[in-house]
Design a protein around this ligand. Sequence first.
Ligand SMILES: [Fe+2]
Length: 301
Amino acid sequence: MKLINKIKNYINRQVLRTPGVEFFVENKDLNLRKKHLDFWLDKARKNKSFKKYFFSEITNNMSETNFKIYNNNYKITDEMFSSLSNNGLLIIENALPQQERSKILEYFDELKKNDKFEKNWLKKPFNPKFFDEVNEIMGPTSIYNFKVLNEYSSQFSNEIYGKIVEPTVEFRYLKQKENSKEKKTKGATYLHSDRFLPHFKLYYAPHEITIEDAPLEYVLSSHKINNNFINFYLNSENFDETDKEFKNFNFEKKIVCVPENTMYVVLTNGFHKRSQFNGNSERSLIFLQYVERFNKFDYLF
Ligand SMILES: [Fe+2]
C-alpha cells in the first residue's frame, strides 16, 4: 500500500475514531468523566436521528423484535424502525433473495476451503486470531458486491446516523477445534457495551444459528442513553456485567437464534455478548460496521 494511504488509514482508524471506553479506563475521576460524557453526548443529541434512536423514552407496547420479508419487498417499514428504536435489536427473516444468498455462500465456500481466493476480496482472507479454541478466517470485501444487502445498509445508516455511511464488510467463517465448551472471555462473552456514544452493527447469517453456535445475546432497550446509562459510564470499572451499576439494567435478555437467511441489526452501545462456543460450533456470519466512516468529524462539524 502506498504510504499516503497508510497514513490516511491510520488517521481514520486511530485519530478520528469515534471515542470508546478508553477515556474511562484511563480516567477514574468522576468530574473528568462527567465532562467527557457531557461534551460528546451534547454533540450526539444535536443529531436528529440519534435523538429518535438513542435519547427517546422506552415504550412497553413495542417489544416485537422479529419481522419477515415477503414478496421481495426490501423496504424497512416504520414499524420495523420503531421496533429497533425501542428494543435496540431488530431481526429480519428471509432477508435476501435466494440469488444473493447463493452468491454469499460462494464467498463463504472459499473461506471454508481456505485454499485459493478468487472472489472479490479487498485483501487476502486471514485468521484474525481472536480466539484460542476456535479457528476463524476473515475476508474483507466491499458492500457494492451485494446489491440488496447494500440497500439495507443504506436504509439503516441513513435512518440511524442521518446520512448514508459505507460500512466495512467482513465475512467471518469459524469452526471450533476442540469438542468442548469455550471459557468465558472478557469483552466478548461477558455482557458489555462497546462505547457510550450511539453505535450500531448489522449482521447477516446465511445459515441457521442455534444455541450451539455462540449466538448473540442482547439486553433489550439497554441502548437508551438516559440517566441510568450515563450513571453506568460515570461509575464503571470494567464496562460490563461485572460492574455493580449493571444491576440497574434489569431488562429482558434476548438470545438471537435465527433461521437461515436472516439479518439482524444491533445498537451495540447497549449491552450484548456472544454466547460461548459449545462443542462443534461452525458459523458463517457477515459483519457490517460503520465506526470507521462515521467518526469524530461527524460529531464535531
Ligand atoms: Fe461488543
